[in-house]
Design a protein around this ligand. Structure first.
Ligand SMILES: C[S@@+](CC[C@H](N)C(=O)[O-])C[C@H]1O[C@@H](n2cnc3c(N)ncnc32)[C@H](O)[C@@H]1O
Length: 330
């Protein structure tokens, strides 16, 4: 009922997509035998949607006429998807001769917050709610993190993150990663004004999971209180991310929910709290270029007040994924 009011005539299409099989992307592991992995995926007629979008952008008449420059994206991330309308599936990755997995299957829309973070060589990066680790793995594929801190409050979920790091990364890369188990809301007690980039991928109603799975469902009666308190927790985590970033640094907030209450409202109230309680100025970066850049792969919602939202669609059944980028004023 809530979403039918929020999305009006778009809701029936979003609803049926949430109830249908989702699509995956194959994030290439740059620390594996990439040529072989890419050859295999191209043999399935999958394409790297990030490379295709960037090349299409450079070839576009607007760009050639001296229009906007390319969107600032975290580099070196490659993700293969099947084209819009193609519902083929990827098989799970197999270990290569040294036991490393060639790709990681994930919702391709989950890469958009990582791309938006625009990690550059030498950056200190914090992933505040990191487990099970899909986005951490993507951040490390950039090859840019001088050091990455991957934090999560859940020790059991952190175990899964350790497994992913071991299955995909050489020791030299893992040595630059600090894994911590801490309540992200209290990060200020660990360090503040430190990081160049902070990813705040918060716990949310995980809408796709919630409509399909009874197990651990946040909409069960016993979890009502926890669910109602989610926006406050999300706001506190985002404020912690803003405090952790250096002046001039950038924070990306993301959820896999369609809810305005967990998306735009959280961003707006965190900006307000950062300013009024901590005297920290923050501005919202315009990410509408993502909508144009990746329109061939995802279905975007055009009406967000701040940030961008990928809507599930039967021809491109990724998401939901909301992401918004904040820059801490110098
Ligand atoms: C959406 S998931 C993160 C997914 C992860 N970024 C990925 O890409 O695999 C949200 C995570 O937030 C964690 N979390 C919940 N409350 C937290 C808190 N107060 N501090 C830090 N992490 C928290 C949960 O344990 C969960 O692993």
């Amino acid at each position: 009922m809530n979403y039918s009011m929020q999305f009006g005539p778009l809701w029936p299409s979003i609803r049926v997509s949430l109830l249908s099989e989702r699509k995956y992307g194959a994030l290439i592991n740059n620390f594996s035998q990439v040529d072989r992995v890419v050859r295999d995926l191209e043999g399935l007629c999958a394409t790297d949607f990030i490379y295709a979008a960037q090349n299409g952008w450079l070839d576009s008449p607007a760009e050639q006429a001296g229009g906007e420059g390319p969107a600032p994206l975290s580099p070196n991330i490659k993700c293969y998807t099947f084209s819009k309308g193609d519902i083929s599936r990827f098989s799970p990755a197999r270990p290569d001769t040294v036991g490393t997995l060639g790709y990681y299957l994930m919702d391709a829309a989950s890469l958009l917050p990582v791309l938006a973070l625009n990690v550059q060589p030498g950056h200190l990066v914090l992933d505040l709610c990191a487990a099970p680790g899909g986005k951490t793995l993507a951040l490390l594929q950039t090859g840019c993190c001088r050091h990455l801190t991957a934090n999560d409050i859940s020790a059991s979920r952190i175990k899964r993150l350790h497994q992913i790091l071991h299955s995909y990364l050489p020791r030299t890369v893992r040595n630059n990663v600090l894994v911590s188990v801490w309540d992200g809301r209290d990060w200020e007690q660990v360090e503040k004004d430190t990081f160049d980039r902070v990813l705040v991928d918060v716990p949310c109603t995980t809408d796709r999971h919630s409509v399909m799975e009874d197990d651990n469902n946040l909409f069960t009666r016993v979890r009502t209180k926890e669910r109602k308190q989610l926006p406050v927790l999300q706001m506190q985590l985002l404020v912690a991310g803003i405090l952790a970033v250096k002046p001039g640094g950038e924070v990306v907030y993301s959820t896999c929910s369609l809810s305005q209450l967990q998306n735009e409202y959280v961003v707006e109230s965190a900006i307000n709290v950062a300013e009024t309680q901590f005297g920290i100025g923050v501005h919202v970066e315009d990410l509408s270029c993502f909508r144009r850049l990746f329109q061939d792969t995802f279905s975007f919602y055009a009406e967000c007040r701040v940030g961008e939202l990928v809507l599930p669609h039967l021809t491109a059944n990724f998401g939901p994924m909301y992401f918004c980028k904040l820059c801490r004023v110098q």
